[in-house]
Ligand binder design. Structure first.
Ligand SMILES: [Zn+2]
Length: 382
C-alpha cells in the first residue's frame, strides 16, 4: 500500500490539509497521517504540493507527433505514454472527419487498445474508447474538419461500434438527425454531442429534449449567442447539458470563463482538442489531412481558421483557476469528475474516493505535474 503525505488533497468540493491519501491500485481512503504511516509500505512526501485526481481528456486528437486519425496503434500508445506528463491518466482519442473506411479501422484498433490499456502492466494513460468528431457535421460549420468526408447522420454506421465509440460530435439539424438521435438513444449508451453545427436555438433545444446531452467545444464551430437569436450557445448555457471548453485563453476569451462557471457549474468539462503538434515546437502539422500552422500556441489553417489547439490539460486547469476565479479543487474537478460523469465512468474514475482507480497526480502551485500514478503505479516523474 502507498501513502501520499504532506499534500493538499483535492476533493470534488474541498481542499484537505493534514491528511494522507492511501491507495493500492484503488483508492483506499483519506486518513490521518499517523494511520497512513502505520499502514503504508511506501510513503511519498508531496511537500505541500497538490494531490489531484488524474485528468480525463474526452476530446484530444493528438500529441507529440501522433494523431488518432492516423490509424496507427503505435501512435495511440505514444499518446498514452506522453500525456502522463500533463497529468492525463485517461483519454478518449478523438478522430476527425476522414474517410468512413479509415474510421472503421480506427474503431477496431481502439477497441483492442482499450483492452490493452486495462492491463495491469500498461505503461500509459488508459484509452477509454473513441470520440468521433464527425463525419455527421454541417459543412457550414466544418471549421478545420475536412468537408470532403462529411456524411448524413446514419445510426447504422455507428451502432456496430457503440461499445468503443463513447462519444459522437454531430450536427442534429442535418437530414436524418432526428432518426439518428432516436436510434442511438434506443440502442446504445454513446454520448451524443452537438458540434460543428448550424442549428438554431429551437433545433438545439429539440435535440437536447431528444437526448443530446453534451456540447463540443462550446462557442467554437456553432451558431453564436445573440439576444434575439440565442443559437446553440444560448441553448447550451440555458439547459442542463455538459459543455466542453478549450481553456487555452485564445479559442474562447477568458473573460467568459466566469460566465461558463456560473451557468454550467458541475457540467463544465475542460478539454484540450490538442492536435499532433502538442508538446512539439511551433511549425507545420496536419489534421485530417489538412495543413495546420502552429505559432505561439495558436493553431490555424492557411486561411486563418482556428484548428484545434496545442493546449495541455494541466495548463487548462491553471488557466481556469486564474481566469475563472475558482479555487483549485473546482478547476481540477472540471478536468476530472465532471469529465468522468459526462461519459458515464464516474463510478470508477474522476475523484479520489475510496474504491475508485488510483489515478493520482501530484502537481505544484502553477499546475506543473511532478508525478503521475495510473491505477496506483507511478508512471511519470518529472
Ligand atoms: Zn476536435
Amino acid at each position: 500500500m502507498k501513502a501520499i503525505i504532506n499534500g493538499r488533497i483535492l476533493l470534488p468540493d474541498e481542499e484537505v490539509f493534514d491528511k494522507a491519501l492511501l491507495f493500492n491500485e484503488k483508492i483506499v481512503g483519506i486518513v490521518d497521517k499517523q494511520s497512513a504511516l502505520r499502514q503504508a509500505d511506501e510513503v511519498i512526501d508531496a511537500e505541500d504540493n497538490y494531490v489531484s485526481p488524474g485528468f480525463i481528456d474526452v476530446h484530444i486528437h493528438g500529441y507529440k507527433g501522433a494523431d488518432a486519425s492516423d490509424a496507427s496503434q503505435a501512435g495511440i500508445r505514444l499518446m498514452a505514454k506522453e500525456l502522463l506528463e500533463n497529468g492525463v491518466t485517461a483519454f478518449l482519442p478523438t478522430t476527425t472527419t476522414i474517410e468512413w473506411e479509415t474510421l472503421e479501422r480506427i474503431f477496431w484498433q481502439l477497441r483492442e487498445l482499450s483492452k490493452e490499456s486495462e492491463r495491469a502492466d500498461y505503461p500509459g494513460a488508459q484509452v477509454l474508447g473513441c470520440h468521433a468528431e464527425g463525419p455527421f457535421i454541417n459543412p457550414l460549420r466544418k471549421g478545420a474538419l475536412n468537408g470532403d468526408y462529411i456524411l448524413r447522420p446514419d445510426p447504422d454506421k455507428f451502432l456496430p461500434y457503440s461499445d468503443v465509440v463513447k462519444m459522437i460530435t454531430f450536427a442534429p439539424e442535418m437530414g436524418g438527425g432526428e432518426n439518428f438521435i432516436r436510434n442511438m438513444k434506443l440502442y446504445s449508451d454513446t454520448v451524443l454531442s452537438i458540434g460543428h453545427t448550424y442549428a438554431n436555438y429551437d433545433q438545439t433545444m429539440d435535440a437536447i429534449q431528444q437526448g443530446v446531452d453534451h456540447v463540443t467545444h462550446t462557442f467554437n464551430a456553432m451558431t453564436p449567442m445573440h439576444h434575439r437569436d440565442p443559437g446553440v450557445v444560448g441553448a447550451a448555457l440555458c439547459s442542463d447539458v455538459y459543455c466542453e471548453l478549450i481553456a487555452d485563453t485564445t479559442t474562447v476569451h477568458p473573460g467568459l470563463y466566469p460566465l461558463l462557471v456560473k451557468a454550467k457549474g458541475y457540467k463544465l468539462v475542460l478539454i484540450t482538442d490538442c492536435i499532433r503538434g502538442g508538446g512539439l515546437p511551433d511549425g507545420e502539422y496536419t489534421l485530417g489531412g489538412l495543413p495546420i500552422f502552429v505559432k505561439n500556441g495558436d493553431c490555424r489553417l492557411a486561411d486563418g481558421t482556428i484548428a484545434g489547439s496545442v493546449l495541455k490539460m494541466n495548463q487548462a486547469v491553471y488557466n481556469m483557476r486564474k481566469y475563472g476565479n475558482v479555487p483549485m479543487h473546482q478547476a481540477v474537478r472540471m478536468a476530472s469528475l465532471n469529465a468522468a460523469k459526462s461519459i458515464g465512468i464516474a463510478k470508477k474514475k474522476g475523484s479520489l474516493s475510496a474504491g475508485k482507480d488510483a489515478d493520482v497526480v501530484i502537481m505544484d502551485h502553477r499546475c506543473k505535474v511532478l508525478k503521475t500514478f495510473v491505477r496506483g503505479r507511478k508512471l511519470y516523474e518529472r
